[in-house]
Design a protein around this ligand. Structure first.
Ligand code: NAD
Length: 344
């Protein structure tokens, strides 16, 4: 892989390779576009087969964050930190080392939480850097799952208005992954009167969701379960050529980053009369909340998060008008916004 060539093709401006031998920290910090506004992006800590896989994840996720900013009307660009968890031998020391690198960037990058980044990690990170993105009322870094779930709920509800005749009480929502976002989304739809089916691989998450009123199915059955809205809320890439034929939902709501194995599968979903709600539009709630805090010091912005509903309507209309897949329509809308912003 020619890294600089790949960066040039995808528009990345800076990739930092970060390692700290005593703690076993090995990480990539990818900044897609340097701009007068900070680059926003979460810290993902996962097991990767190779540093190349981790680099690809950082490149892909940071680029999509720029489009996410554009669609969400956020002033800023995209970034991502990807930490290879399997090489860590002293986690607090590794997070401290990472925090020093983020601090060293001087604020061009604001880090938020992402998959695998725990509450303990947040506390350690905040001891080393001021440049974080998601503050809570107590001044600490807050969980972003609620903001993401709130935005996704608005997007799904607007899509249902456009694409379904059913009332919310007649709707079944199936959620793959009942973690931070999935649990919060399940709670919201149950409160609205919908039926919620869910799956997880973690027994503690299953127990908590059952207590809430979620009907549990095995993880291997969730993607093909009978439902109106299917919400992948675990890891990305679960909607692909093999899983699509089994899907019974009329809407697939992308909450997991990179929900589709490949962007072209949005066309396959469209051919199967399934409406796909692109993840980089639907899951922007935490980005909106984090950047709002950065620009105003206010902790919440429910109206701005609710605007995700309008963004979804615009994407579905553009997809219908121009006969595009919803991913193509979302990229078209986002690209226009990026170009407009740059030309001012
Ligand atoms: P999380 O780690 O809290 O929850 C993920 C859940 O999925 C866990 O409970 C895990 O046990 C479960 N899971 C893993 N594999 C599974 C499988 N095969 N079948 C069923 N369940 C499985 O993560 P989260 O913060 O809720 O994020 C979920 C997804 O949403 C991720 O893809 C993340 O990148 C994306 N996302 C999150 C946010 C946010 O604010 N947290 C924002 C944007 C996008």
């Amino acid at each position: 892989m020619e890294l600089l060539e790949t960066m040039a093709l995808e528009g990345h401006e800076q990739i930092l390779a970060v390692q700290d031998a005593p703690s076993g920290l090995r990480a990539w910090i990818a900044i897609h576009a340097l701009s007068p506004q900070p680059a926003f992006g979460g810290i993902r800590i996962l097991n990767y087969r190779s540093e190349r896989d981790a680099l690809f994840d950082a490149l892909r996720l940071s680029r999509i964050m720029t489009y996410k900013c554009a669609l969400a009307g956020v002033q800023g660009s995209g970034a991502k930190t990807v930490v290879i968890s399997n090489s860590i031998n002293d986690r607090p020391a590794a997070i401290r080392a990472l925090g020093r690198h983020i601090e060293g960037l001087g604020g061009v990058y604001r880090a938020g939480p992402d998959a695998g980044f725990t509450h303990d990690d947040q506390q350690v990170l905040m001891g080393e850097t001021q440049y974080i993105a998601h503050f809570g009322v107590d001044g600490g870094m807050q969980s972003s799952g609620d903001a993401t779930a709130e935005g996704a709920m608005h997007g799904i509800l607007r899509a249902l208005e456009l694409r379904s005749e059913l009332q919310i009480e007649e709707i079944t929502v199936a959620i793959q992954g009942l973690g931070s976002v999935g649990f919060s989304l399940a709670k919201r739809f149950l409160e609205l009167g919908a039926r919620v089916v869910g799956a997880d691989v973690d027994s503690s998450k299953i127990a908590a969701a059952q207590k809430l009123g979620v009907t549990i199915v095995p993880p291997s059955k969730i993607l093909s379960t009978s439902c109106d809205v299917l919400v992948p809320c675990a890891m990305g890439g679960t909607i692909h050529d093999v899983s699509i034929p089994g899907i019974q939902a009329s809407i697939v709501a992308g909450v997991a980053n990179n929900t589709l194995g490949h962007d072209s599968q949005a066309a396959l979903l469209k051919e199967s009369n399934i409406t796909f709600l692109p993840d980089f539009a639907l899951n922007a709630g935490a980005l909106i909340e984090g950047s709002h805090h950065f620009h105003t010091s206010e902790n919440s912005c429910p109206q701005k998060i609710a605007e995700i509903g309008e963004t979804i309507v615009n994407i579905l209309q553009r997809s219908d008008d121009d006969k595009l897949s919803t991913i193509e329509a979302a990229f078209a809308l986002a690209s226009e916004k990026v170009i407009t912003t740059k030309s001012h």
